[in-house]
Design a protein around this ligand. Structure first.
Ligand SMILES: *Cc1c(COP(=O)(O)O)cnc(C)c1O
Length: 422
Protein backbone atom coordinates (compact mmCIF):
# COMPACT_ATOMS: atom_id res chain seq x y z
CA UNK A 1 0.00 0.00 0.00
CA UNK A 2 1.55 3.33 -0.98
CA UNK A 3 0.50 6.76 0.25
CA UNK A 4 2.57 9.17 -1.88
CA UNK A 5 -0.35 11.41 -2.89
CA UNK A 6 -1.64 11.58 0.70
CA UNK A 7 1.85 12.44 1.93
CA UNK A 8 2.22 15.23 -0.61
CA UNK A 9 -1.20 16.68 0.29
CA UNK A 10 -0.36 16.48 3.99
CA UNK A 11 2.91 18.34 3.37
CA UNK A 12 1.03 21.14 1.59
CA UNK A 13 -1.75 21.16 4.21
CA UNK A 14 0.66 21.55 7.11
CA UNK A 15 2.02 24.75 5.54
CA UNK A 16 -1.31 26.55 5.73
CA UNK A 17 -3.71 24.64 8.02
CA UNK A 18 -2.79 24.12 11.71
CA UNK A 19 -1.51 20.54 11.88
CA UNK A 20 -2.69 20.05 8.31
CA UNK A 21 -6.25 19.22 9.37
CA UNK A 22 -9.54 20.95 10.13
CA UNK A 23 -10.20 18.88 13.28
CA UNK A 24 -7.33 17.65 15.49
CA UNK A 25 -7.79 13.86 15.72
CA UNK A 26 -7.70 13.55 11.92
CA UNK A 27 -3.94 14.21 12.05
CA UNK A 28 -3.09 10.65 13.29
CA UNK A 29 -0.76 12.18 15.91
CA UNK A 30 -1.42 9.65 18.64
CA UNK A 31 -1.09 6.56 16.44
CA UNK A 32 1.99 7.57 14.45
CA UNK A 33 2.10 7.80 10.69
CA UNK A 34 0.37 10.34 8.49
CA UNK A 35 -3.30 10.77 7.66
CA UNK A 36 -4.66 9.33 4.46
CA UNK A 37 -6.56 11.79 2.29
CA UNK A 38 -9.91 10.48 1.15
CA UNK A 39 -10.96 10.66 -2.49
CA UNK A 40 -14.43 9.12 -2.24
CA UNK A 41 -16.71 6.77 -0.37
CA UNK A 42 -19.31 4.21 -1.35
CA UNK A 43 -21.42 2.19 1.06
CA UNK A 44 -19.18 0.85 3.83
CA UNK A 45 -15.95 1.56 1.94
CA UNK A 46 -13.70 4.58 1.41
CA UNK A 47 -10.95 5.09 -1.15
CA UNK A 48 -7.91 7.30 -0.61
CA UNK A 49 -6.18 9.56 -3.13
CA UNK A 50 -3.63 6.80 -3.85
CA UNK A 51 -6.36 4.37 -4.82
CA UNK A 52 -6.24 2.29 -1.62
CA UNK A 53 -9.56 0.88 -0.43
CA UNK A 54 -10.67 0.55 3.21
CA UNK A 55 -13.64 -0.76 5.15
CA UNK A 56 -14.69 2.37 7.00
CA UNK A 57 -15.48 2.28 10.74
CA UNK A 58 -15.25 6.06 11.21
CA UNK A 59 -18.29 6.91 9.12
CA UNK A 60 -17.47 10.61 9.33
CA UNK A 61 -17.28 10.15 13.15
CA UNK A 62 -20.84 8.95 13.47
CA UNK A 63 -23.20 10.58 10.98
CA UNK A 64 -23.10 7.93 8.25
CA UNK A 65 -25.42 5.36 9.77
CA UNK A 66 -26.47 4.34 6.24
CA UNK A 67 -22.93 4.39 4.83
CA UNK A 68 -21.57 6.60 2.09
CA UNK A 69 -23.78 7.87 -0.74
CA UNK A 70 -26.98 6.15 0.29
CA UNK A 71 -29.48 6.50 -2.60
CA UNK A 72 -32.25 7.95 -0.39
CA UNK A 73 -29.97 10.75 0.76
CA UNK A 74 -28.49 11.44 -2.69
CA UNK A 75 -31.97 11.71 -4.14
CA UNK A 76 -33.11 14.14 -1.43
CA UNK A 77 -30.01 16.26 -2.00
CA UNK A 78 -30.57 16.40 -5.75
CA UNK A 79 -34.15 17.52 -5.19
CA UNK A 80 -32.99 20.17 -2.73
CA UNK A 81 -30.32 21.43 -5.16
CA UNK A 82 -32.90 22.01 -7.85
CA UNK A 83 -34.75 24.38 -5.52
CA UNK A 84 -31.99 26.52 -4.01
CA UNK A 85 -29.21 26.18 -1.45
CA UNK A 86 -30.19 28.74 1.19
CA UNK A 87 -32.89 31.31 1.87
CA UNK A 88 -32.53 32.45 5.46
CA UNK A 89 -36.30 32.17 5.67
CA UNK A 90 -38.44 29.30 6.90
CA UNK A 91 -39.10 26.31 4.62
CA UNK A 92 -41.52 23.39 4.78
CA UNK A 93 -38.77 20.80 5.23
CA UNK A 94 -37.56 22.40 8.47
CA UNK A 95 -41.01 21.85 9.93
CA UNK A 96 -40.96 18.26 8.68
CA UNK A 97 -37.52 17.58 10.18
CA UNK A 98 -38.59 19.11 13.50
CA UNK A 99 -41.72 16.93 13.44
CA UNK A 100 -39.66 13.84 12.61
CA UNK A 101 -37.32 14.54 15.56
CA UNK A 102 -40.17 15.13 18.04
CA UNK A 103 -41.92 12.02 16.75
CA UNK A 104 -38.84 9.82 17.25
CA UNK A 105 -37.79 11.31 20.59
CA UNK A 106 -40.92 11.93 22.71
CA UNK A 107 -39.10 13.93 25.42
CA UNK A 108 -38.51 16.59 22.74
CA UNK A 109 -41.67 18.68 22.61
CA UNK A 110 -40.03 21.64 20.91
CA UNK A 111 -36.77 21.77 18.97
CA UNK A 112 -34.42 24.30 17.40
CA UNK A 113 -32.10 23.36 14.50
CA UNK A 114 -28.48 24.50 14.50
CA UNK A 115 -25.40 23.63 12.41
CA UNK A 116 -23.31 21.38 14.65
CA UNK A 117 -23.26 19.39 17.85
CA UNK A 118 -21.15 22.10 19.46
CA UNK A 119 -23.82 24.69 18.78
CA UNK A 120 -26.47 22.36 20.14
CA UNK A 121 -24.75 21.81 23.51
CA UNK A 122 -23.68 25.46 23.80
CA UNK A 123 -27.28 26.54 23.26
CA UNK A 124 -28.75 23.86 25.53
CA UNK A 125 -26.67 24.95 28.52
CA UNK A 126 -27.56 28.58 27.83
CA UNK A 127 -31.25 27.70 27.90
CA UNK A 128 -30.75 25.62 31.06
CA UNK A 129 -29.08 28.58 32.74
CA UNK A 130 -31.74 30.99 31.52
CA UNK A 131 -34.54 28.72 32.66
CA UNK A 132 -33.16 27.92 36.11
CA UNK A 133 -31.46 31.25 36.82
CA UNK A 134 -28.38 29.26 37.95
CA UNK A 135 -24.85 29.24 36.52
CA UNK A 136 -23.13 25.93 37.34
CA UNK A 137 -22.99 22.99 34.94
CA UNK A 138 -22.01 19.46 35.93
CA UNK A 139 -20.16 17.43 33.29
CA UNK A 140 -18.18 14.19 33.41
CA UNK A 141 -14.49 13.52 32.91
CA UNK A 142 -13.85 12.08 29.45
CA UNK A 143 -17.18 13.27 28.04
CA UNK A 144 -16.94 15.59 25.06
CA UNK A 145 -19.70 18.01 24.18
CA UNK A 146 -18.04 19.90 21.33
CA UNK A 147 -15.61 22.78 21.75
CA UNK A 148 -17.85 24.95 23.91
CA UNK A 149 -15.60 27.05 26.18
CA UNK A 150 -16.98 26.01 29.54
CA UNK A 151 -17.35 22.34 28.52
CA UNK A 152 -13.69 21.85 27.57
CA UNK A 153 -12.84 20.99 31.17
CA UNK A 154 -11.47 17.41 31.43
CA UNK A 155 -13.01 16.67 28.05
CA UNK A 156 -12.67 13.54 25.93
CA UNK A 157 -12.20 13.05 22.18
CA UNK A 158 -9.31 15.10 20.75
CA UNK A 159 -8.29 16.48 24.13
CA UNK A 160 -8.02 12.97 25.55
CA UNK A 161 -6.14 11.86 22.44
CA UNK A 162 -3.63 14.69 22.54
CA UNK A 163 -3.30 14.75 26.33
CA UNK A 164 -4.64 18.30 26.64
CA UNK A 165 -6.18 18.38 30.14
CA UNK A 166 -7.70 21.80 29.86
CA UNK A 167 -7.39 23.95 26.78
CA UNK A 168 -5.75 27.36 26.78
CA UNK A 169 -7.83 30.29 25.64
CA UNK A 170 -10.74 29.73 28.00
CA UNK A 171 -11.01 32.30 30.80
CA UNK A 172 -10.72 30.78 34.24
CA UNK A 173 -14.07 32.34 35.13
CA UNK A 174 -15.73 30.13 32.50
CA UNK A 175 -14.12 26.96 33.87
CA UNK A 176 -15.25 27.98 37.35
CA UNK A 177 -18.83 27.48 36.20
CA UNK A 178 -18.12 23.82 35.40
CA UNK A 179 -17.98 20.94 37.85
CA UNK A 180 -16.27 17.88 36.31
CA UNK A 181 -17.05 14.55 37.99
CA UNK A 182 -16.14 10.92 37.33
CA UNK A 183 -18.67 9.17 35.08
CA UNK A 184 -20.63 6.23 36.54
CA UNK A 185 -20.16 7.40 40.14
CA UNK A 186 -23.46 8.20 41.87
CA UNK A 187 -21.50 9.05 45.02
CA UNK A 188 -19.54 11.83 43.27
CA UNK A 189 -22.70 13.36 41.80
CA UNK A 190 -24.57 13.11 45.08
CA UNK A 191 -21.70 14.88 46.88
CA UNK A 192 -21.52 17.66 44.28
CA UNK A 193 -25.25 18.29 44.61
CA UNK A 194 -25.05 18.23 48.39
CA UNK A 195 -22.46 21.03 48.23
CA UNK A 196 -23.65 23.12 45.25
CA UNK A 197 -27.19 21.85 44.62
CA UNK A 198 -28.96 25.19 44.66
CA UNK A 199 -26.48 26.66 42.13
CA UNK A 200 -26.45 23.84 39.55
CA UNK A 201 -28.40 24.66 36.39
CA UNK A 202 -27.90 21.32 34.67
CA UNK A 203 -26.09 18.04 34.36
CA UNK A 204 -24.92 17.37 30.81
CA UNK A 205 -23.93 13.80 30.00
CA UNK A 206 -23.26 11.49 27.08
CA UNK A 207 -25.72 8.71 28.07
CA UNK A 208 -23.37 6.21 26.43
CA UNK A 209 -19.97 7.88 26.35
CA UNK A 210 -18.34 7.69 22.94
CA UNK A 211 -15.62 10.26 23.40
CA UNK A 212 -13.28 8.40 25.79
CA UNK A 213 -13.90 5.35 23.69
CA UNK A 214 -17.23 3.60 24.18
CA UNK A 215 -18.18 3.49 27.88
CA UNK A 216 -21.74 2.42 28.71
CA UNK A 217 -23.59 3.66 31.79
CA UNK A 218 -23.66 1.19 34.69
CA UNK A 219 -27.13 -0.17 35.49
CA UNK A 220 -29.22 2.47 37.25
CA UNK A 221 -26.71 5.29 36.75
CA UNK A 222 -28.72 7.36 34.26
CA UNK A 223 -31.85 6.97 36.37
CA UNK A 224 -29.83 8.17 39.36
CA UNK A 225 -28.84 11.31 37.40
CA UNK A 226 -32.49 11.80 36.50
CA UNK A 227 -33.50 11.56 40.15
CA UNK A 228 -30.75 13.71 41.65
CA UNK A 229 -31.28 16.57 39.15
CA UNK A 230 -35.01 16.42 39.82
CA UNK A 231 -34.48 16.53 43.58
CA UNK A 232 -32.36 19.68 43.34
CA UNK A 233 -34.34 21.51 40.65
CA UNK A 234 -31.57 21.16 38.05
CA UNK A 235 -32.11 20.06 34.46
CA UNK A 236 -30.83 16.83 32.93
CA UNK A 237 -29.37 17.32 29.45
CA UNK A 238 -28.68 14.13 27.53
CA UNK A 239 -26.07 14.89 24.90
CA UNK A 240 -27.19 12.45 22.21
CA UNK A 241 -25.14 14.03 19.42
CA UNK A 242 -23.44 10.65 18.98
CA UNK A 243 -26.04 8.23 20.36
CA UNK A 244 -29.15 9.81 18.82
CA UNK A 245 -30.63 7.54 16.13
CA UNK A 246 -27.57 5.29 16.57
CA UNK A 247 -27.99 3.13 19.68
CA UNK A 248 -31.76 3.05 18.98
CA UNK A 249 -34.10 5.02 16.75
CA UNK A 250 -35.12 7.09 19.79
CA UNK A 251 -31.52 7.30 21.04
CA UNK A 252 -30.07 6.22 24.36
CA UNK A 253 -33.07 7.67 26.18
CA UNK A 254 -35.24 5.08 24.44
CA UNK A 255 -32.74 2.28 25.00
CA UNK A 256 -32.40 3.01 28.74
CA UNK A 257 -35.88 4.43 29.39
CA UNK A 258 -34.76 7.83 30.66
CA UNK A 259 -36.69 11.08 30.12
CA UNK A 260 -34.34 14.09 30.08
CA UNK A 261 -35.41 17.73 30.24
CA UNK A 262 -33.29 18.66 27.22
CA UNK A 263 -31.60 16.65 24.47
CA UNK A 264 -28.88 17.63 22.06
CA UNK A 265 -28.57 15.98 18.65
CA UNK A 266 -26.20 16.16 15.69
CA UNK A 267 -24.26 13.69 13.54
CA UNK A 268 -26.91 11.19 12.28
CA UNK A 269 -29.68 13.83 12.04
CA UNK A 270 -27.73 15.59 9.28
CA UNK A 271 -27.32 12.51 7.10
CA UNK A 272 -23.69 13.57 6.48
CA UNK A 273 -24.39 17.31 6.24
CA UNK A 274 -24.01 19.82 9.08
CA UNK A 275 -27.09 19.71 11.30
CA UNK A 276 -27.43 19.91 15.06
CA UNK A 277 -30.49 20.32 17.22
CA UNK A 278 -31.47 20.97 20.80
CA UNK A 279 -34.88 20.50 22.26
CA UNK A 280 -36.97 19.20 25.10
CA UNK A 281 -39.69 20.30 27.45
CA UNK A 282 -41.93 22.98 25.98
CA UNK A 283 -41.82 25.20 29.08
CA UNK A 284 -38.01 25.23 28.85
CA UNK A 285 -37.74 25.65 25.08
CA UNK A 286 -40.29 28.48 25.26
CA UNK A 287 -37.47 30.54 26.79
CA UNK A 288 -35.69 30.61 23.42
CA UNK A 289 -35.91 33.81 21.35
CA UNK A 290 -38.09 35.10 19.76
CA UNK A 291 -40.54 33.37 22.12
CA UNK A 292 -38.45 34.10 25.21
CA UNK A 293 -35.39 35.97 26.47
CA UNK A 294 -32.62 33.38 25.75
CA UNK A 295 -30.96 34.42 22.50
CA UNK A 296 -29.70 31.92 19.92
CA UNK A 297 -29.58 32.34 16.14
CA UNK A 298 -27.90 31.10 12.93
CA UNK A 299 -27.58 32.44 9.38
CA UNK A 300 -27.47 28.95 7.86
CA UNK A 301 -29.54 27.13 10.52
CA UNK A 302 -32.12 24.89 8.88
CA UNK A 303 -30.12 24.99 5.66
CA UNK A 304 -32.20 23.37 2.90
CA UNK A 305 -29.50 20.92 1.73
CA UNK A 306 -28.64 19.83 5.26
CA UNK A 307 -32.27 19.50 6.28
CA UNK A 308 -33.09 17.49 3.15
CA UNK A 309 -30.32 15.01 3.91
CA UNK A 310 -31.33 14.75 7.56
CA UNK A 311 -34.98 14.26 6.78
CA UNK A 312 -34.19 11.55 4.22
CA UNK A 313 -32.05 9.81 6.86
CA UNK A 314 -34.73 9.88 9.55
CA UNK A 315 -37.48 8.81 7.15
CA UNK A 316 -35.40 5.89 5.91
CA UNK A 317 -34.63 4.77 9.47
CA UNK A 318 -38.26 5.02 10.49
CA UNK A 319 -39.33 2.97 7.47
CA UNK A 320 -36.64 0.33 8.15
CA UNK A 321 -36.61 -0.42 11.87
CA UNK A 322 -34.98 -3.79 11.10
CA UNK A 323 -31.74 -1.86 10.51
CA UNK A 324 -31.21 -1.64 14.27
CA UNK A 325 -31.42 -5.42 14.75
CA UNK A 326 -29.00 -5.97 11.88
CA UNK A 327 -26.57 -3.46 13.32
CA UNK A 328 -26.79 -5.17 16.72
CA UNK A 329 -26.11 -8.63 15.26
CA UNK A 330 -23.25 -7.58 13.02
CA UNK A 331 -21.61 -5.40 15.66
CA UNK A 332 -21.82 -8.31 18.14
CA UNK A 333 -20.15 -10.61 15.60
CA UNK A 334 -17.41 -8.06 15.03
CA UNK A 335 -16.74 -7.72 18.76
CA UNK A 336 -17.00 -11.43 19.60
CA UNK A 337 -13.33 -12.38 19.51
CA UNK A 338 -10.85 -10.25 21.41
CA UNK A 339 -7.65 -11.60 22.93
CA UNK A 340 -6.90 -11.66 26.65
CA UNK A 341 -5.85 -8.24 27.92
CA UNK A 342 -8.16 -6.38 25.55
CA UNK A 343 -11.54 -5.09 26.72
CA UNK A 344 -14.33 -4.56 24.26
CA UNK A 345 -17.12 -2.15 25.17
CA UNK A 346 -20.10 -2.03 22.84
CA UNK A 347 -23.58 -0.55 22.76
CA UNK A 348 -25.46 -1.24 19.55
CA UNK A 349 -23.45 -0.03 16.57
CA UNK A 350 -20.75 1.78 18.56
CA UNK A 351 -17.78 0.01 20.17
CA UNK A 352 -14.17 0.33 21.30
CA UNK A 353 -11.34 -2.14 21.80
CA UNK A 354 -9.46 -0.92 24.88
CA UNK A 355 -5.89 -2.23 25.19
CA UNK A 356 -6.31 -2.86 28.89
CA UNK A 357 -7.76 -5.82 30.85
CA UNK A 358 -10.61 -3.64 32.11
CA UNK A 359 -13.30 -3.19 33.09
CA UNK A 360 -13.42 0.29 31.51
CA UNK A 361 -16.17 2.28 33.20
CA UNK A 362 -14.84 5.85 33.40
CA UNK A 363 -11.94 8.07 32.33
CA UNK A 364 -9.65 6.77 35.10
CA UNK A 365 -9.96 3.22 33.78
CA UNK A 366 -9.95 4.25 30.10
CA UNK A 367 -6.84 6.41 30.21
CA UNK A 368 -4.56 3.62 31.48
CA UNK A 369 -5.02 1.77 28.17
CA UNK A 370 -1.84 0.87 26.30
CA UNK A 371 -2.00 3.56 23.61
CA UNK A 372 1.27 2.42 22.00
CA UNK A 373 -0.25 -1.01 21.48
CA UNK A 374 -3.42 0.61 20.15
CA UNK A 375 -1.25 2.54 17.68
CA UNK A 376 0.30 -0.72 16.41
CA UNK A 377 -3.16 -2.24 16.11
CA UNK A 378 -4.46 0.81 14.26
CA UNK A 379 -1.60 0.81 11.73
CA UNK A 380 -1.84 -2.93 11.17
CA UNK A 381 -5.57 -2.59 10.50
CA UNK A 382 -4.97 0.29 8.09
CA UNK A 383 -2.38 -1.82 6.23
CA UNK A 384 -5.02 -4.54 5.94
CA UNK A 385 -7.62 -2.18 4.50
CA UNK A 386 -9.59 -1.40 7.67
CA UNK A 387 -10.00 2.25 8.63
CA UNK A 388 -10.65 2.76 12.37
CA UNK A 389 -10.64 6.03 14.32
CA UNK A 390 -6.98 7.02 14.83
CA UNK A 391 -7.24 7.16 18.63
CA UNK A 392 -7.74 4.77 21.52
CA UNK A 393 -10.26 7.22 22.94
CA UNK A 394 -12.87 7.16 20.18
CA UNK A 395 -15.69 4.81 19.30
CA UNK A 396 -15.88 2.78 16.11
CA UNK A 397 -19.11 2.96 14.13
CA UNK A 398 -20.85 0.31 12.12
CA UNK A 399 -23.24 1.36 9.35
CA UNK A 400 -26.18 -0.39 7.77
CA UNK A 401 -24.04 -0.68 4.62
CA UNK A 402 -21.53 -3.02 6.29
CA UNK A 403 -22.01 -6.56 5.00
CA UNK A 404 -21.27 -9.92 6.59
CA UNK A 405 -18.32 -10.08 4.19
CA UNK A 406 -17.00 -6.77 5.58
CA UNK A 407 -17.35 -8.12 9.11
CA UNK A 408 -15.56 -11.36 8.18
CA UNK A 409 -12.65 -9.47 6.63
CA UNK A 410 -12.44 -7.14 9.61
CA UNK A 411 -12.40 -9.98 12.13
CA UNK A 412 -9.64 -11.71 10.14
CA UNK A 413 -7.60 -8.49 9.94
CA UNK A 414 -8.09 -7.84 13.66
CA UNK A 415 -6.93 -11.37 14.58
CA UNK A 416 -3.58 -10.51 12.99
CA UNK A 417 -3.48 -6.87 14.12
CA UNK A 418 -4.08 -7.75 17.78
CA UNK A 419 -0.85 -9.76 17.69
CA UNK A 420 1.20 -6.93 16.16
CA UNK A 421 4.50 -6.62 18.02
CA UNK A 422 6.49 -3.86 16.26
C1 LIG B 1 -19.37 15.01 18.15
C2 LIG B 1 -19.98 15.38 19.42
C3 LIG B 1 -20.27 16.72 19.75
C4 LIG B 1 -19.84 17.87 18.88
O1 LIG B 1 -20.46 17.87 17.65
P1 LIG B 1 -19.77 18.72 16.45
O2 LIG B 1 -20.75 18.58 15.33
O3 LIG B 1 -18.44 18.10 16.21
O4 LIG B 1 -19.65 20.12 16.92
C5 LIG B 1 -20.96 16.98 20.92
N1 LIG B 1 -21.33 15.98 21.74
C6 LIG B 1 -21.07 14.70 21.46
C7 LIG B 1 -21.52 13.63 22.40
C8 LIG B 1 -20.37 14.35 20.31
O5 LIG B 1 -20.07 13.07 20.06
Amino acid sequence: MTHTHSEELFRRAQEIIPGGVNSPVRAFRSVGGKPVFIARGQGSHIFDVDGNEYIDYVGSWGPLLLGHRHPAILEALERALSIGTSFGAPTAQEVELAEAICDAVPSIEMVRLVNSGTEATMSAIRVARGFTGRDLIVKFEGCYHGHVDSLLVKAGSGLATLGIADTQGVPKAFCDTTIALPFNSPEAAEAAFRTHGDRIAAVIVEPVVGNMGCVPPLPGYLQFLRDVTHRYGALLILDEVMTGFRVAFGGAQQRYGITPDLTTLGKVIGGGLPVGAYGGRKDIMSKVAPLGPVYQAGTLSGNPLAVAAGLAMLRHLKAHPEIYNQLETRAAALCAAVPAGVTVNRVGAMFTFFFHPGPVTDWESAKVSDTARFGRFFRAMLDRGVYMAPSQFEAAFLSAAHTDEDIGKTVAAAAEAFQQKD
